[in-house]
Write a protein that binds this ligand. Structure first.
Ligand SMILES: [Zn+2]
Length: 134
């Protein structure tokens, strides 16, 4: 797809703010659910940044077995990945084909890492990859 441009500095700032806000919201929600379900330890482990290690996340997800928490954590990790790409100057670039993702798509889905075309390909092939890399 042509005519797609990588997001400008200003656009990235806007998207970064959206990501930050969304992440704070998710972390708050995760902590609330954990406290409610008696997992204080994890609620404390999950700091303001949500910056917990892979091992802790894996344990957390298997221990709580709470679909809501699991989904939220995966999204937080997606957001953290997007923030890493911003820091590395690779944000808004499809991780599969290297094309620019396009501001409209990023705005609707700021943590997305693939262009629409690659996402569609991936969704079609998902059935044959039962253990996708997180
Ligand atoms: Zn792509």
């Amino acid at each position: 797809m042509k005519n797609m441009q990588a997001p400008t500095k200003h656009e990235i700032d806007t998207l970064a703010a959206l990501l930050r806000k969304r992440k704070q919201h998710l972390l708050k929600e995760i902590r609330q659910v954990l406290r409610r379900s008696g997992n204080e330890h994890y609620a404390d482990l999950l700091g303001e940044t949500g910056d917990i290690g892979d091992e802790s996340v894996a344990t957390l997800m298997s221990d709580t077995a709470n679909a809501e928490v699991t989904r939220d954590i995966l999204e937080v990790r997606d957001i953290a990945g997007a923030e890493e790409r911003i820091a590395a100057g690779r944000y808004g670039i499809c991780i599969d084909c290297g094309d620019a993702i396009g501001y409209e798509r990023l705005h609707a889905y700021p943590s997305c890492k693939r262009c629409l075309r690659c996402q569609q390909v991936r969704e079609k092939t998902r059935a044959s990859t039962p253990h996708p890399k997180l």
